[in-house]
Each structure stands twice: as C-alpha cells, then as structure tokens.
Ligand binder design. Structure first.
Ligand code: GUN
Ligand code: ZN
Length: 436
C-alpha cells in the first residue's frame, strides 16, 4: 500500500454556495491533514487528528500556507487544437474553416497525435486540471493517442472520436457507418480502461448529415450510460445555417432532441443564445450547458447568461470549460476570471465561492462523476490541486491586504494562472513537479 499525508489549508465544497456567507456549503480546515491511501482520499480533518490515526512512518508533504483543493475539471476542450490557440479570425465559422479544420487534418498521422497528446497532458496538469472532457479529431488514432496518454498518467479523462461527415475538408470526414463503427471500437478499446471514459461525439449538426445523426442516436441508445458531447447555439451565423440544414426541427436544440442526444451526461458546448423553449428542454432532459467564457469572448460569440440559467424556474445545469483552442487559456482560473467579467457585463454577480465550486464539485456533479472526483470527500480519488496565492510579486503584494478566504480565492481567480499551481496530484501522485 502506498500512503502519504498532505498538510495544508483544505477547501472542498459540499454543494453550490448560495452567497458569500454560505459557510455550510464548504469544508475549510486552516491546518488540515489529508491522508491518501492507494490513490484514494482515506481521511481528512484537522492535521493533528488525521496524523494521530495515520501509520507512524507515513511520508508527509507540507504544503502550508497553500490551499489544497480537488483538482480542476475542464468540461470541454479540443485535443487537436493546441496549435490553433491564438488564431486571428472574425468569427466561429471563419475560424473553423481557416485554421481549425486544416490543423485537425494533421491528426491522421499517429506520430503527430501522440506528440500532441504528451503536450496536452503536460499543459492540463501544469494548470491544475486533473479531468477534462476532450474532443479528439475524426481519426480513431487520435482517440487512441489521447486515451493511451491518459492511461500512462493515471488520469480520469473523458474523450471521444469526433463524428463529422460533411461541410469540412475531405481529410476530416468519416461516414455514418465508419463514424458508428470507429466510435464503437473506441468504446470497446478504451471505456473503463484505467480511469478513461468514452463520449459519443458528433461535432455539431452542421458537420453531421441526418444519417450520421441517426448513427449517433443509435450509439446513444446502445450506450445509455456514456457521455455525449456536441456544440449548441454558439454563434448567430452558425445557428441560422444549422436551422436551414434541419428545417423540420423547431430550433437548434430540437435537432439534438429529435435524435435522442439530450439527456444527463450530454455536454452541450456554449449554449449562448438559447430561447426560453430551448432552455426548458435542456432543463427537462438534464443536459448540461457548458460555458466556455474565454472562447466566447475570443471568437466574439456572445455573453452566456450563466447565472440566469442556474436561477430559472426550470434550472439548466451549467458547467465551465476552456474550449481550447477557441478558448485562449488552459487555466481554469483564467477561465473563471472571464466568466466573472461576462456576468458583470450582464449585470449579474458571480461570487468567488461559486466560481471555485464550479471548477471542482459543480463540474463533477454536472458530468455525473462526483462519486469519484470534484471534492475532498473520503473515498474519492486523490486528484488535487495546491494553490499558491503569493505565486507572483503582484499577488504577494495584494495578499498583504487580503482578509478572508473569499478574498484570497478572488485574487487567485483574478491574477492566477499556471504559476499559482504549486502542485497537481493525480490519484495521490505529485505530477506538476515532474513536468518538463
Ligand atoms: N463548433 C463546432 N466545432 C467547434 C470547435 O472546434 N470549436 C468551437 N468553439 N465551436 C465549434
Ligand atoms: Zn468546442
């Protein structure tokens, strides 16, 4: 058995904080001890108590005065877009056609996919992200490279071979049949191997013909417990074109509903411009609206009404994500800084407790994996991030006047990035300090 004891300031959420004063929504231990056994959190509490019950010769790692939280979760990222990030385009469709599709064509080469997979996992762990839901490319080999790297690192990852059979370069198209067969092959080969989860991944309605949507529907029926990921209602021109392609549907959301693709564990990227009817459908089906703030601002897609969605009579489950490479940062801290600013522009408040809940337990609950990740609850996997609010001179200076946990979290969100990640643990193993 491998065991270690971490010491530091522990923070873990029980549920969504209702206000800055909602002390009952989270656990905070000023001098905390977290006991890890065989990659799982065995005990947490105040250091002295946890230490007293731990094996005598246990390895101890002192992270004081840093905060120890559950590892960040990124619920929407594109593995083949690491070299697309920062591409200059007027809008989503121009960005896809000019930069993104040509770049994804390169993933037909296994060696390229394997090289980029190493970089992806390095970058995620450097930024404190221990779980991500990733779109691979249309090529099965890209999914193989993604899951093989995840297996090597011991991470809990969600990924899918993208299904797309129209409106893209020839080198990026499958067919309804190969999309179905290769997705099945990826499921058989990788789902449940290590901590890997396979997602059914039709890219979006523009790049799938109705027969391919039927194939995705068949997969969704055959694998009712799998995640599904696609894009919904990101950009005005995209929405108009999509509705032209599916004239029988009431709206964009109805397209996916008609193919049985809306349910719990269905992760719909963006959801910026939903009508009330569409939001009702999202709520009724339990599908998740995945907010990607840096991407929405970078591509000029719009301001997603996150707080309004959560507050509805029929609430929509919302998660948060980077959307690399439409997104402009791998950091969930940078992501929540932009999420905060979007809510400011909409006249809403997103408080720092809510932000940190979203990055951790909120995202874990949205993707229905809170039994294993997203908190420091004993019995869950020891995927952790250690945060240093004094990581840069500017942060250290501001910390001199910070008086509360909420203020410290807000500083981390406003000025923090990968430099604020002192360590990242995956199943109890320190990872960041081992990176190049
Ligand atoms: N819609 C369809 N594909 C994509 C993609 O790769 N990125 C974003 N942001 N939107 C999409
Ligand atoms: Zn996306």
């Amino acid at each position: 058995m491998t065991a270690r004891l971490l010491r530091g300031r522990l923070l873990s959420f029980h549920r969504m904080p209702e206000s800055l004063d909602d002390r009952a929504s989270y656990l905070y231990e000023e001098d905390g001890g977290l006991l890890i056994e065989n990659g799982v959190i065995a005990a947490i509490g105040d250091y002295a108590t946890v230490k007293a019950d731990a094996p005598e010769d246990i390895e101890e790692i002192d992270h004081r005065p840093n905060l120890i939280l559950p590892g960040f979760i990124d619920t929407h990222i594109h593995f083949p877009q690491m070299q697309v990030i920062g591409s200059y385009a007027a809008n989503l469709l121009e960005w896809l056609n000019t930069y993104t599709f040509p770049e994804e064509c390169k993933f037909v080469e296994t060696a390229h996919a394997e090289r980029i997979a190493v970089h992806l996992f390095d970058e995620l762990l450097r930024h404190g992200t221990t779980t991500a839901a990733a779109y691979c490319s249309v090529h099965k080999a890209s999914a193989d490279a993604f899951f093989a790297e995840s297996l090597k690192r011991g991470t809990l990852m969600i990924g899918g071979k993208v299904m797309m059979d129209r409106n893209a370069p020839q080198g990026l198209l499958d067919t309804p049949e190969t999309g179905y067969d290769e997705t099945r092959a990826v499921i058989e080969q990788w789902h449940g191997k290590g901590r890997n989860h396979v997602a059914i991944t039709p890219r979006f309605a523009i790049t799938s013909t109705p027969p391919q949507m039927e194939a995705a529907a068949a997969l969704a029926r055959e694998f009712p417990d799998l995640h599904i990921q696609t894009h919904l209602s990101e950009n005005g021109e995209e929405i108009r074109y999509t509705c032209e392609l599916y004239p029988e549907a009431a709206d964009y959301t109805d397209i996916y509903a008609r193919y049985g693709l809306l349910r719990e564990k269905a992760l719909l990227g963006h959801c910026i411009h939903l009508s009330e009817r569409e939001a009702d459908v999202m709520s009724e089906t339990g599908a998740v609206a995945v907010h990607c703030p840096t991407s929405n601002l970078f591509l000029g897609s719009g301001l997603m009404p996150l707080k309004k969605m959560i507050r509805r009579n029929k609430p929509v489950t919302v998660s948060v994500a980077t959307d690399i490479g439409g997104g402009s940062s791998y950091s969930m801290l940078r992501t929540m800084d932009e999420a905060y600013k979007i809510q400011q522009l909409l006249g809403e408040r997103l408080n720092p407790l809510e932000s940190f809940w979203l990055m951790t337990r909120g995202n874990a609950e949205a993707i229905r994996l809170a039994d294993s990740i997203g908190s420091l609850d004993p019995g869950t996997d020891a995927d952790l991030v250690v945060l240093d609010a004094r990581a840069t001179p500017a942060m250290a200076l501001k910390m001199e006047v910070v008086n509360s946990l909420a203020e410290e979290l807000f500083l981390l969100q406003t000025l923090g990035d990968d430099r604020s990640i002192a360590e990242t643990y995956v199943a109890g193993k320190a990872m960041k300090s081992t990176l190049r």
